[in-house]
Design a binder for this molecule. Structure first.
Ligand SMILES: NC(=O)c1ccc[n+]([C@@H]2O[C@H](COP(=O)([O-])OP(=O)(O)OC[C@H]3O[C@@H](n4cnc5c(N)ncnc54)[C@H](O)[C@@H]3O)[C@@H](O)[C@H]2O)c1
Length: 411
């Protein structure tokens, strides 16, 4: 196969950039990372990752300026054999899926893309969107192949997962499917073929499945704690040498830019008859409220300074998008004397250094289990709330039971 020119649109984002770097490093293709964010484009061209993604920095420096080029100019699309778009597909403020940004992005791409090329949709889309885009291309009389090949990596695992996960590929026409296969077979473990609607659902099922699993753990956590029991003692017992419980996740904030959003996209597709999805949302989004309620049963929050450890949506990440730490912060600001937030990786001017955050705290809530927090030595008079089961549970001040609440329940 001769070398190709591939343009990744949204190429400096969390999905586009690792994909572009791997393609540049492994395929011999020429890769353009097209993005509207000028700052990120400059960072990438100077060999700096705009966000944390373990192992990718080195690879970026190997390829940038050689086989990978970040740019804000759509002119690069004129050279493209393949354009892969992976721009964001958020839900709106009423929690409905949005397609207009993707549609206008595709219209922009089509202005430059030449006939006989391949357009790959890689964003997570509302079911049916691939057909809408395919029809649009045909309606414009363009001879461009269209494929939908969803990204299934988790942030922080891009390097490992892009090459070790199967790639689902789909298209309406054999030629488009074949072109997608040729492209992704160069980097993925293998390719799996589905129809576009099946592939759209496959991606949403993947994220919903994960979100529902976290909800089960969070529901069990809240149930056990409501009765004054240590969830992790039970968790340890049921998972020990019992393979059927291997996939039982720990409790914790299930957040970020994808899981809830994609559960809501599936729910909209199911005409809002996706009861499990809605229940999972209530459970997962309710965990910060539960933690505050638990605190209120054992202390007068108006007299306490509360420190939140971790503002990223998950451990070892610098990504604060849709992080439940911020929901916790906003709620606590209603009740607590003071709320202090810290995170070693998130860029947010309102955050304070860890040492200061710990020194001032009466109560500490672990919101994001960054590994560096393992080293913390808490003062004996500090109360620590740890829904993740992250700290050593033999310490007396970790999750002290709320006696008042337990007594209340028993009567
Ligand atoms: N973040 C994840 O872990 C993950 C995993 C799998 C799938 N996805 C899906 O991938 C998509 C992108 O997510 P993300 O987390 O990478 O988002 P992101 O915001 O990190 O990246 C999107 C990039 O697109 C750029 N962009 C926006 N409009 C553009 C345009 N018109 N032209 C060129 N560039 C443009 C933005 O500047 C940004 O850099 C979403 O559909 C998401 O659901 C995300």
């Amino acid at each position: 196969m001769t070398e190709q020119t591939v343009v990744v649109v949204g190429g400096c984002g969390h999905v586009g950039l690792p994909l572009g770097i791997i393609l540049a490093a492994r395929t011999g293709n020429k890769i353009y990372l097209l993005d509207v964010d000028k700052t990120k484009v400059e960072q990438v061209n100077s060999g700096v990752m705009p966000f944390m993604e373990p192992g990718i920095d080195e690879l970026l420096n190997e390829v940038i300026g050689k086989t990978a080029f970040a740019t804000t100019s759509p002119e690069c699309l004129r050279e493209a054999d393949v354009a892969i778009t992976v721009v964001g597909t958020p839900v709106d403020k009423h929690l409905n899926p949005t397609v207009n940004a993707l549609k206008s992005n595709v219209d922009e791409i089509l202005e430059y893309l030449r006939d006989d090329s391949l357009l790959v949709l890689r964003s997570t889309v509302y079911p049916g969107v691939t057909k809408v885009i395919y029809d649009r291309v045909k309606q414009l009389g363009r001879n461009i192949d269209v494929a939908f090949c969803p990204e299934r990596i988790a942030e922080g695992k891009a390097l490992e997962e892009l090459e070790n996960l199967p790639q689902i590929i789909s298209a309406f026409e054999p030629q488009a499917l074949e072109k997608a296969k040729v492209l992704f077979e160069k980097i993925a473990l293998k390719t799996i073929e589905l129809s576009p609607l099946e592939a759209e659902l496959a991606k949403l099922f993947t994220n919903c499945w994960r979100y529902l699993n976290f909800a089960i753990s969070n529901e069990f956590y809240m149930l056990a704690e409501t009765f004054g029991l240590d969830f992790y003692k039970i968790y340890g017992a049921v998972t020990e040498d019992y393979p059927r419980m291997k996939s039982f996740a720990k409790a914790g904030f299930a957040a970020g830019p994808c899981l809830l959003k994609d559960t809501l996209q599936l729910s909209a597709f199911a005409n809002n008859n996706f009861f499990l999805g809605h229940s999972a949302m209530l459970v997962n989004e309710g965990l910060p409220n539960f933690i505050i309620q638990k605190m209120q049963h054992s202390m007068n929050l108006a007299e306490r300074t509360v420190t939140i450890l971790g503002m990223a949506f998950k451990g070892e990440s610098d990504d604060p998008r849709e992080s439940l730490s911020y929901k916790l912060k906003n709620l606590l600001e209603v009740y607590a004397k003071e709320v202090i937030c810290t995170d070693p990786y998130v860029q947010d001017k309102s955050l304070v250094p860890l040492e200061e955050a710990l020194r001032k705290a009466d109560v500490i809530v672990l919101a994001t289990p960054h590994k560096v927090y393992k080293e913390i030595k808490f003062a004996p008079n500090q109360t620590v709330i740890d829904c993740w089961g992250f700290f050593n549970r033999d310490d007396d001040n970790i999750n002290p039971p709320s006696q008042a609440h337990v007594l209340e329940l028993m009567h």
